[in-house]
Design a protein around this ligand. Structure first.
Ligand code: ADP
Ligand code: MG
Length: 179
């Protein structure tokens, strides 16, 4: 299904969240390829704009300046038609999103993905624990209205296809209902 852009149509904003490695970026880019929606990877945005407020010595990675990220995105979000991809979700304004998808991956599958991404030691273990204890799902459920938060399994390629189809259908329905 392709969603044909029409002038002045209202479009929803979509948040894709979940533990690193669950498939947010792959899915987000696929949605963007099949719609006229804009895909935004918050990690990349932060890197490009150096939107950091320090350095985490333990993890060896910069700390996101959440306020500057929000300022940077505010204007784009007001137009709708944006897909946001990030592994955390409690600092975005609740009003930005019409729907929130939390991708979920089984432990052994996620282990392999993160290992082949080069994660090891504490970083690997902490990310696996994050998924096991469904930290991001609970973060989403406490940051947004529970009825707009949906979990999607993301273990095998067929899951990816199903999720893509489901989200495209949801977008089409939303646009019918809101235009
Ligand atoms: P994230 O952006 O959440 O960190 P990515 O989209 O980068 O995750 O995906 C991590 C890796 O897992 C990629 O190699 C991707 O191809 C693979 N992957 C993601 N989702 C699935 C899936 N449902 N089935 C098989 N492989 C997947
Ligand atoms: Mg990613």
């Amino acid at each position: 299904t392709w969603i044909v852009p029409q002038a002045n149509m209202r479009r929803p904003n979509i948040l894709l969240t979940g533990t690193p490695g669950v498939g947010k970026t792959t899915l987000g880019k696929e949605i963007a390829a099949r719609t006229d929606f804009t895909y935004i990877n918050v990690g990349d945005l932060a890197k490009e704009g150096e939107l950091y407020e320090g350095f985490d010595e333990e993890y060896g990675c910069p700390i996101l300046d959440e306020d500057r990220v929000v300022d940077e995105l505010e204007e784009k979000m007001s137009d709708g038609g944006v897909i946001v991809d990030y592994h955390s979700c409690d600092f975005f304004p609740e009003r930005w999103f019409n729907i929130v998808f939390v991708l979920r991956t089984e432990n052994s599958v996620l282990y392999n993905r993160l290992e082949s991404r080069g994660y090891k030691g504490k970083k690997l273990q902490d990310n696996l624990q994050c998924e096991i204890f469904q930290i991001i799902y609970e973060e989403a459920m406490s940051s947004y209205k529970e009825d707009i938060v949906h979990q999607l399994p993301s273990n095998i390629p067929e899951d990816m296809e199903n999720n893509l189809d489901q989200i495209i259908q949801w977008i089409e329905q939303w646009m019918k209902d809101n235009n």
